[in-house]
Design a protein around this ligand. Structure first.
Ligand SMILES: NC(=O)c1ccc[n+]([C@@H]2O[C@H](COP(=O)([O-])OP(=O)(O)OC[C@H]3O[C@@H](n4cnc5c(N)ncnc54)[C@H](O)[C@@H]3O)[C@@H](O)[C@H]2O)c1
Length: 352
């Protein structure tokens, strides 16, 4: 089998977690890097040994040698670039969130259908080895019916600035940027139940707190703290048609003692925690038992998860298998996120 020829569009902060796994995959040849900042594209292409660098993604898509692309650009370009790539006959791995709105998501879904190409959404948390292990436990009926989940992704200081803080380009703040990870992870672990309604709140109380010294955090490649019109904090209750609920809170800034990652799910036969550490809770012989699976890491493994996300994408393209994070799931998650924003702005529960 010949190698898959890949181009990466967007060479900012997250792109290294696509480029390195592509380089590590023996079935891939990295052919091109594109960034509207040509200097950044050229430097990145050189660093990763890609022979082509472009500043316009249309030029990359016109390269007939390229079979597949990763899209690692600002959220406002995900729909436009995904659709153009699919129309150009490329397979697509698009970073989370799929896009900014439900309308954009549906257009991408339509383009996937028309092109017959693979589109994988970069819900990287699904690809963590511990997440896959627990998914297999859930598939085996280990937890019974999962009826409650709780997720927190609290950054006490972590507004990445630049486009992330500009709602026109990002589509929103921590809810769409990091909430998307834990909402998706819980929904996936719950077996992707149909959503009934959402009720949410957003707050803009603290701003980006760029005055804070001595603490570093994730930043956009073109960091700027000058403007910020996204929420600091969001919380929500998501109700599913099967009666299950998911409670979530996420922040870019909050007067919290420390950053906090919590992903906990509860079923009628057992429960489990993914963040901060993997634990399974069950009952045996009239006794409650906490089980600690012995795996390489107790928590989320960022690099391993990206490697398996990329390996999965390559395998899906080469075999025609559908990805475990298909466009349909990107659309459903976008409906939840937009529903929460709508509920926060109207003060009402939103039925989906
Ligand atoms: N999976 C994760 O854990 C994770 C983590 C961080 C970011 N992300 C996602 O990755 C994407 C990029 O985030 P980032 O942190 O790398 O941002 P970034 O600002 O650091 O990098 C984005 C890059 O895209 C380039 N770009 C923007 N529009 C372009 C266009 N039309 N054509 C060519 N280049 C363009 C910018 O010049 C910049 O270099 C976002 O969608 C973000 O949500 C995912």
């Amino acid at each position: 089998m010949s190698t898959l020829k890949v181009g990466v569009i967007g060479a900012g902060s997250i792109s290294q977690y696509h480029l390195t796994p592509y380089k590590n995959n023996p079935n891939v040849t990295l052919l091109a890097v594109c960034d509207m900042n040509l200097d950044r594209a050229q430097k990145t292409a050189e660093e990763y040994g890609a022979p082509h660098a472009y500043s316009d993604y249309n030029e990359l898509l016109a390269n007939e040698e390229i079979d597949a692309v990763s899209i690692c650009t600002w959220n406002d370009t995900h729909a436009e670039i995904s659709i153009a790539a699919l129309k150009a006959g490329k397979h697509v791995l698009v970073e989370k969130p799929l896009c900014r709105t439900v309308e954009e998501a549906l257009k991408i879904q339509q383009a996937v259908k028309e092109s017959g190409k693979i589109l994988q959404v970069g819900f990287v948390r699904r690809y963590d080895p511990n997440a896959q292990m627990l998914r297999a436990f859930a598939d085996n009926g280990e937890f019974g019916e999962i009826y409650y989940a709780k997720a927190s992704y609290i950054r006490r200081l972590g507004n990445p600035g630049g486009w992330f803080a500009d709602s026109r380009r990002s589509g929103g703040g921590p809810l769409i940027d990091i909430g998307v990870h834990v909402i998706d992870l819980c929904w996936y672990m719950m077996g992707r139940p149909k959503v009934k309604s959402v009720s949410g709140n957003t707050y803009r109380k603290l701003g980006n707190r760029s005055n804070i010294k001595n603490l570093s955090s994730y930043k956009a490649a073109d960091y700027s703290a000058e403007s910020n019109d996204v929420e600091d904090l969001a919380n929500a209750l998501i109700r599913f048609e099967n009666g299950a609920t998911l409670l979530v809170d996420v922040s870019f800034t909050l007067h919290a003692k420390e950053n906090e990652g919590v992903v906990k799910l509860y079923g009628d036969k057992g429960g489990f925690e993914i963040d901060p550490e993997v634990v399974i809770v069950t009952e045996k012989n009239d006794t409650i038992i906490n089980i600690k699976p012995q795996t390489d890491s107790k928590g989320f493994q960022f690099e391993k998860a990206f490697q398996s996300e990329i390996d999965h994408f390559v395998e899906c393209v080469q075999t025609g298998k559908q990805p475990i994070s298909p466009v349909e799931d990107g659309v459903e998650i976008m409906k939840i996120l937009r529903g929460i924003y709508e509920s926060a702005s109207t003060g009402k529960e939103v039925y989906l």
